[in-house]
Design a binder for this molecule. Sequence first.
Ligand code: BGC
Length: 382
Amino acid sequence: MKKLFRISVVVLAFTGLLAGCGGDAGKKEESGVKAGIAKADWGQVDGAPVYLYTLTNKEGVQVKISNYGGTVTSWIAPDKNGNKSSIVVGFDSLSGYLAKPPYFGAIIGRYGNRIANGQFKIGSDAYKLATNDGKNHLHGGNKGFDKVVWTGTVISDSIPTLILTYLSKDGEEGYPGNLKVIVKYTLTDDDELKIEYTADTDKPTPVNLTNHSYFNLSGDVANTIENHGLQIDAANYTPVDSTLITTGEIKPVAGTPFDFTVKQKIGGRINDVPGGYDHNYVLNKKGDSTQLQLAAILSDSLSGRSLEVYTTEPGLQFYSGNFLDGTFTAANGSKINKHTALCLETQHFPDSPNKIEFPTTILKPGEKYHTFTTYKLVLGKQ
Ligand code: BGC
């Protein structure tokens, strides 16, 4: 079902919103910065060297990525006053990540989100996965792709591009088949972080890859994300049960607190959603569904920053940081508390291997898994 496809056109799903915004604050000036990638030693895990790559574009925007978990550790950009800070939550050292934060910035796999009871069938073959979220399987299990050391290769300096590869062996966390995974991160001069995911397998297996960056556009988790604005191009979502497993239903957001079809303040109705937002949105697909489409716009008036999310995926998990509880402290010293950061995870729908009615996530030998997601930071649009 997954085909190899190329991106040539960006379909702007809600063009109206994009047009007419901006103004002088959005204009860029030549910074004179040289784009490139720097690689620094960052420690070792299980005897394998860990590095921190710093991708810098010609505007001086920097994204730091480690080959431990393929983790985006920071994304430093100016706010409307020219002050620089990171729009994602992360740590300055590897030890922060070894303390097992809840997937900060990491690549998630082999399967993003939950698989009910950690089990599924492919044809008549039943599989049992590691269960690491009560009775369910979450984000790839006990040692998902967020906790392994990837092999990093810098492939371009002028448009900083980092390739990360990982071989997930047959039986890892209970999954069938050797899965070869390639994740390509590119930082463009337009402040886009492009992520391209590719995989192939030698046995049928579920695959659902995503990135688990936690955003706070203000650059400081001392500010709640309840004041951020959010628009999601989705008329429907997938309801969940009390263990956050999708029920299999696809329901309209209209008339519910899940409706973000027009921009809403996140905190406006969050108390009407028990536990907060942690739901998969069924993206409205227009035209060729293999093309990148604008899925969501996050905005923050404090910093003047906005973030546009484009994807080829059918779903988007909006997670409002409900389980953040102050256990972890951000690089700037602020405690990472409930609703101080949020995730916009592009994906197939949770528990698809057990939900025949959802688009399939089974990758078969001979097929290519190939998806694209772009996070684009914009100054001057709130
Ligand atoms: C899930 C949450 C989970 C979190 C872990 C999100 O993607 O939807 O339920 O608690 O990841 O940090």
